[in-house]
Design a protein around this ligand. Sequence first.
Ligand SMILES: NC(=O)C1=CN([C@@H]2O[C@H](COP(=O)(O)OP(=O)(O)OC[C@H]3O[C@@H](n4cnc5c(N)ncnc54)[C@H](O)[C@@H]3O)[C@@H](O)[C@H]2O)C=CC1
Ligand SMILES: O=C(O)[C@@H]1CCC=N1
Length: 268
Amino acid sequence: MKKILFIGAGSMAEALMQGWIKQNVFTPHEIYVTNRSDKERLQFLHDTYGVQTSIEDAIYQQADLIILAMKPKDAIKAMLELKNKMTEHTAILSILAGIAISTITEQLGLRPVARVMPNTSATIGMSASGIAFNAQVSTTQRAMFLQLLEAVGSVIEVEEDQLHAVTALSGSGPAYIYYLMEAFERVGMEVGLSKDTVRLLMTQTLAGTAEMLKQSIDEPDVLRKKVTSPGGTTEAGIKALEQYQFNAAIEACIKEAEARSRALAKSK
Ligand SMILES: NC(=O)C1=CN([C@@H]2O[C@H](COP(=O)(O)OP(=O)(O)OC[C@H]3O[C@@H](n4cnc5c(N)ncnc54)[C@H](O)[C@@H]3O)[C@@H](O)[C@H]2O)C=CC1
Ligand SMILES: O=C(O)[C@@H]1CCC=N1
């Protein structure tokens, strides 16, 4: 593959291009990126990663793959602009939350489309991505798409409809964990530690817990019980979580996010 073109130059586009450059999937010369109007942002991406930001019309024709990376609300307008510029068969990789493959092919014509839900940890090769394809994607293209996502983390193929759930869990997931870390730091400081110490302790605790879940044959509740001594500190902590409706909060969080993804799909 020689040329890939990002339409949209936001945080997710940056995470993917950074990951692909780091993993030697593409050289900066093979990556083209454009946005609506923010020239400073393009300049930043060019200066930081060496990617190509002066996009002549010919690039749209030459691109082997076009990546839809704008906000969902801007997608229809962006696709209208794109339609006349690109060739008939160019494959599309869409990272748009909640925008159906059928909406994309209605706008851009029937062509190979992979719909992906990555997350920003693609930056460091640790994305957890979900992917779905339309019938126009050939076996070779399917392998290529999977390889692209594997280069920036793990990828799992799902039914397209399940991408709403993937979005609510792993697409948005990093934000939930960052939010949790903000709370740990705030409260950790209140109980006497420095912010740096809390960061060190809790990033290692998160990493260790994730690794235990990967390596252990035990279910999470079994692992949890191994931490929880009768009458001890964990029991007191968990009791407080229950008192403050921890499970209800998580249920609402995932269901609201999933519903929002579905609403985005309907509004198009
Ligand atoms: N940020 C995240 O963690 C994740 C985001 N996504 C999806 O990725 C997409 C982009 O998200 P972010 O990078 O966070 O957004 P962002 O707001 O940071 O960037 C959006 C970019 O699209 C550009 N744009 C808008 N209209 C355009 C047009 N007509 N032509 C060309 N460029 C246009 C904007 O100029 C901007 O560069 C969204 O659809 C989102 O659902 C998916 C997974 C994770
Ligand atoms: O918040 C959003 O809509 C996007 C999709 C998943 C993460 N960010």
